[in-house]
Design a protein around this ligand. Structure first.
Ligand code: 4NP
Length: 160
């Protein structure tokens, strides 16, 4: 049974959030946790597309393929369907929170790097217009953040 649902959000849903999605999906599966994972973008330019090939390449070389994911746009209804909404940067935060209709929904939205650097409001840099190193950095940051999210989820599940 799925007990928790987690949504990863970035701008295009082809670089950062599909990588976060793929990493968390893999870890949830490895740990056999009752958690549903998905991702979305605040923009609609890439809807229906697979992740950017540079992100897929980095994902492959780290044994966490994300080729099967397809981009979709964040929608207000996601507040109904998800318990935790992790955004990659402050612009994503602003755009997602704008669609919240209650304080409870607003509190679901968190900058993902605050999981590993609490209160610092750091951002996962947008790698789209940069080189390969940017994608490697995104992977490393999201690998660390999703490890912490797994720890949090395990705690929440065991406290029930
Ligand atoms: P993402 O990266 O938000 O991590 O998926 C981007 C992808 C596409 C664009 C910008 C950022 N774009 O401008 O098309």
């Amino acid at each position: 049974m799925t007990k928790y649902s987690v949504l990863m959000v970035c701008l295009g849903n082809i670089c950062r959030s599909p990588m976060a999605d793929g990493l968390l999906r893999k870890k949830v599966k490895d740990e056999n946790l009752p958690v549903f994972v998905d991702s979305a973008g605040t923009g609609n330019w890439h809807v229906g597309n697979p992740p950017d090939e540079r992100m897929r390449k980095t994902a492959h070389s780290n044994d966490c393929p994300i080729d099967d994911l397809r981009a979709r746009q964040f929608q207000a209804e996601d507040f109904v369907n998800f318990d935790y909404i992790y955004v990659m940067d402050k612009e994503n935060y602003k755009n997602v929170v704008q669609l919240a209709t209650s304080e409870k929904d607003k509190h679901k939205v968190k900058l993902i790097l605050n999981e590993i650097h609490p209160g610092k409001d750091l951002e996962v840099p947008d790698p789209y217009f940069g080189g390969e190193q940017g994608f490697k950095e995104v992977f490393s940051l999201l690998d660390q953040a999703t490890d912490q999210i797994i720890t949090n989820l395990k705690k929440a599940i065991s406290n029930e």
